[in-house]
Design a protein around this ligand. Structure first.
Ligand code: GAR
Length: 214
């Protein structure tokens, strides 16, 4: 991508991944967060964006609004920024197929599990309950099926005996902040693509557990 990659970030909460991406963009002249959109007016990520002088919008769901009606308003808010890349960073709404299709190959998500394990919620507790000895986070392209798009990059952490979900979540979160800006950078440099439901880095197919250097 020769011009700076216009990134729009969708959030619902603290926005610590947003912060990691903003910080990463400061070191990477190829990408710029041009807008942050939240579905929650009290999301702390909106304050983070404000501190970095990034434009913000809030698209709050109306009572009785259908998912399609909401997503039509969300689409208008996103398109206003003319993004090259849409980044879901803790955006806790399920998106309609129409919305996802509009940004196929241009929208990524971070999920707190080693996908395909534990799509949906409560991933840390589920990993502990299953007795897993490793857990982690995955960055993936977004496709209509929830948390099921091709994985781009994963980070793993060990699960320690006796630790609770909050402790595990904190260690996973730290890893998220390392991998998400890196994936944004790859995309902004034109190195990352999705084709036929598969992810490619520098034209090489990325395996099911994400990029793994030889
Ligand atoms: C992150 O842990 C992210 O993986 C998760 O929400 C958190 C947002 O934290 N996303 C999902 O669960 C999506 N299915 P943040 O607001 O501090 O970036």
């Amino acid at each position: 991508m020769s011009q700076s990659c216009r990134v729009v970030v969708l959030i619902s909460g603290s926005g610590s991944n947003l912060q990691a991406i903003i910080d990463g963009c400061d070191d990477n002249l190829n990408a710029n967060v041009v807008g942050v959109i939240s579905n929650k007016p009290d999301a702390y990520g909106l304050i983070r964006a404000h501190h970095s002088e990034i434009d913000t919008s809030c698209v709050i769901a109306y009572k009785n609004e259908t998912r399609s009606e909401y997503d039509a308003r969300l689409l208008a808010a996103v398109e206003k920024y003319q993004p090259d890349l849409v980044v879901l960073a803790g955006f806790m709404r399920i998106l309609t197929d129409d919305f996802v299709s509009r940004f196929l190959g241009k929208m990524i998500n971070i999920h707190p599990s080693l996908l395909p394990k534990y799509t949906g919620l409560h991933t840390h507790q589920r990993a502990i309950d299953a007795g897993d000895n490793e857990h982690g986070a995955s960055v993936h392209f977004v496709i209509p099926e929830l948390d099921s798009g091709p994985v781009i990059l994963q980070a793993k952490v060990p699960v320690y005996a006796g630790e609770d979900a909050a402790e595990l979540a904190e260690r996973v979160h730290e890893q998220e902040h390392a991998i998400y800006p890196l994936v944004v950078k790859w995309f902004s440099l034109g190195r990352l693509t999705m084709s036929d439901g598969k992810a490619y880095l520098d034209g090489e197919l990325i395996g099911p557990s994400g990029y793994a250097p030889d």
